[in-house]
Ligand binder design. Structure first.
Ligand code: MF3
Ligand code: CO
Ligand code: CO
Length: 271
């Protein structure tokens, strides 16, 4: 799959899909409470996507090479789970942190976004991880600009994370996105400035760092999907879908009730 560049029609389609992904995460926010199961969240997400957003869930039956089809509409990754957690019948409990990762397809275009939800009151360490991972994502987004390098994004994220004592998961990365869920290029969350591919206006990419409190090493569980930290330390992930513009970027998965954009981002290269 090569890099695709979106014309004005593609950009319009990606804006709609991105907005709906953000809306879905807004819809789920108040539902993530102690006692609810991730299967219930999955069912409600599927219902909202199909009945209200009039869209479809990209993860459901997604089967990239070598994988068994993903069985659900959302990914829910709890505590030590890094990504691709499969919903189940265990109730969430106070103190859990949960990544909910959604991807909606609207008129053939994909919008991909994840957020951390804190279940009731969580530990100081868990809250710090969630907040720093959110900031790390934005440190990466801020580097997006026509003519910059993909390595600039990874370097910004890795530097910020490691300066705060967190580690960056290497095995999973951001990606181009459009009519396909996962397109080129890969968007690494670590690296060196001025390296890798040039970022060009019209590209739509995701930035989705996974940061761990402990070591960066991860392993796959027996279900073929769920990824956990090897040392069982907490992990967090945030994701936005971003359009590259001539002067910077436009975040496509923003939503009315998402968390505020960090003050350090400023207004200069947005839009
Ligand atoms: N949404 C994930 C991403 O950000 C991919 C999930 S694939 C699935 O790229 F099959 F697990 F849903
Ligand atoms: Co993604
Ligand atoms: Co995602």
């Amino acid at each position: 799959m090569t890099i695709t560049y979106k014309d004005s029609e593609g950009i319009a389609g990606m804006r709609v899909a991105g907005r709906l992904a953000g809306e879905l995460l807004d819809y789920l926010a108040p539902l993530v409470r102690p006692g609810i199961t991730t299967n219930e969240l999955d069912r409600l997400a599927e219902e909202h996507t199909t009945q209200v957003l009039m869209a479809t869930s990209a993860p459901l039956n997604y089967a990239p090479g070598g994988h068994n089809p993903y069985p659900n509409s959302i990914c829910t990754s709890i505590n030590l789970q890094v990504c691709h957690g499969i919903p189940n019948d265990m109730p969430l409990k106070k103190g859990d942190i949960v990544t909910v990762d959604v991807t909606v397809i609207k008129n053939g275009w994909h919008g991909d976004s994840s957020r951390m939800y804190m279940v009731g009151e969580v530990s100081v360490a868990a809250r710090r991880l969630c907040n720093l991972t959110y900031e790390a994502m934005w440190k990466g987004i801020m580097r997006v600009k026509d003519g910059a390098y993909l390595g600039d994004i990874g370097f910004a994220i890795q530097t910020f994370a490691e300066n705060h004592g967190l580690s960056v998961v290497r095995e999973y990365c951001g990606h181009g996105i459009g009519r396909s869920f996962h397109e080129e290029p890969q968007v690494l969350h670590y690296g060196k400035p001025g390296t890798l591919e040039r970022i060009k206006a019209g590209m739509t990419i995701t930035i989705e760092p996974m940061l761990n409190v402990g070591r960066r090493d991860v392993k796959e569980m027996g279900d073929g999907w769920t990824i956990v930290t090897k040392d069982r330390s907490l992990s967090a992930q945030w994701e936005h879908t971003v359009l590259v513009t001539p002067n910077g970027y436009e975040v496509l998965t923003l939503s009315p009730n998402g968390p505020p954009i960090p003050a350090f981002v400023g207004a200069d290269r947005q839009g």
